[in-house]
Ligand binder design. Structure first.
Ligand SMILES: [Fe+2]
Ligand SMILES: [Fe+2]
Length: 200
């Protein structure tokens, strides 16, 4: 894939090389490659839909920064920071969004609320989502390394509109969670209702 050398100096004091090194230290090789593909996909979507390319690239790059923390650390931060306690009984796959935004701000020094919100919302979506939120939510799902059965449909939906991409993804996410019979965080269901049941 074509590499871009995005300059994120407006949002983070670390150089790109330093930022990549910090991510690489936190992530498996496979996930480090994933976040770089999400960065490139987010940039492409931002260009396609006229959104903020720098914020999209940065949010894509850091979105899974916290993904490999232990459940114990996630739980400790959720309690200590008084995040929604309902997170604790929901499936652990969503924790790295809200906790990730916190860690990205405190460990990487990224304070831009638009970038942090896009990271925060990438696991759950939201009833109201900005273009940047939608781009990160969708880019994570359709980046070129993804190969789940209906990924081409997901890519086609994202190419139709960001809203169609979000809608396709939240339906699939709910199906996946139900198939796994895990506890679904109520806000994930709110996202589903807003994007699928509540909209044409
Ligand atoms: Fe993630
Ligand atoms: Fe991801």
């Amino acid at each position: 894939m074509k590499k871009t050398n995005q300059d994120y100096s407006a949002f983070v004091a670390l150089s790109r090389d330093e930022l990549l090194a910090r991510l690489e230290a936190q992530l498996s090789a496979g996930r480090f490659a994933h976040v770089q593909r999400v960065e490139q996909t987010a940039i492409r979507l931002a260009q396609q839909y006229g959104a903020d390319v720098q914020r999209a690239g940065l949010a894509g790059l850091v979105h899974d920064y916290a993904k490999q923390r232990s459940d114990a650390e996630f739980k400790q931060i959720i309690r200590q920071q008084q995040f929604d306690p309902e997170l604790l009984t929901a499936n652990n796959g969503i924790w790295h969004g809200v906790v990730g935004a916190y860690l990205i701000e405190h460990e990487l020094g990224i304070h831009d609320q638009q970038v942090l919100n896009a990271v925060r919302r990438h696991t759950i979506g939201a009833v109201e989502m900005t273009a940047l939120d939608k781009i990160i939510f969708v880019a994570d799902f359709i980046e070129p390394g993804r190969d789940f059965p209906n990924v081409e449909q997901a890519r086609a939906a994202a190419n139709e509109s960001l809203d169609a991409g979000v809608r396709f993804e939240i339906i699939n996410t709910l199906k996946f969670l139900i198939a796994k019979q895990v506890n679904i965080y109520p806000k994930t269901i709110d996202t589903y209702n807003a994007w699928v049941a509540g909209r044409a």
